[in-house]
Design a protein around this ligand. Structure first.
Ligand SMILES: [Zn+2]
Length: 186
């Protein structure tokens, strides 16, 4: 891939549906840890392409944490229908209407469900997450993700590819569970 092509590729993939959905899962996970503060949240946002100074307040982190708790219901839903219902509950609370934004040329055109580009973080998190997860349900007709099946792990993950259904947040949890199951049998 040439330089121009690869930067054009990066330009669009950085804002793809899958990237947004992955950011949602990462934020739900970091916000479910009690000691997560503004800097840890900003770090995740930056890792997913957010630019600028990113100075969040404790109050904004609390608002994000509340939304993360609600978004978890989509990941915890049992089956496609339940995931769609959970998403509908949350979509009913986004301010809408659906609009396109390119953030004054700073990004490719992409859809937004929040009230404006200057919407509060909590509103943005709910709207952008619902939008991405909704497109995944639409496109794949399956739950967009799940909650890790490993003992004492509550992290969420995103369903990926078309292979075997995923059950764990990480390779580490999958291995840990396999070892535990093996011990229990022997
Ligand atoms: Zn796990």
């Amino acid at each position: 891939m040439g330089r121009v092509t690869s930067s054009a590729y990066e330009w669009s993939t950085r804002h793809s549906v899958l990237t947004n959905a992955r950011r949602t899962a990462a934020l739900v996970n970091v916000l479910s840890e009690e000691d997560t503060g503004p800097e840890a949240v900003a770090e995740v946002l930056r890792a997913y392409g957010e630019r600028g100074p990113l100075t969040l307040t404790e109050a904004e982190v609390s608002a994000l944490r509340e939304v993360a708790r609600e978004l978890r219901t989509v990941f915890a839903a049992d089956g496609t229908d339940a995931a769609a219902e959970a998403l509908n509950q949350l979509l009913a609370r986004t301010p809408g209407a659906l609009r396109l934004s390119a953030h004054q040329g700073g990004t490719p055109w992409h859809p937004h469900l929040d009230s404006s580009d200057e919407a509060p973080w909590g509103e943005w998190f709910l709207a952008s997450s619902c939008l991405a997860l909704m497109v995944l349900v639409w496109d794949q007709q399956r739950p967009p993700g799940g909650v890790c099946a490993a003992d004492r792990c509550t992290r969420v993950y995103l369903a990926q590819g078309s292979g075997m259904a995923r059950r764990y947040c990480s390779r580490r949890c999958a291995t840990r569970s396999r070892v535990a199951a093996h011990r229990a049998r022997s």
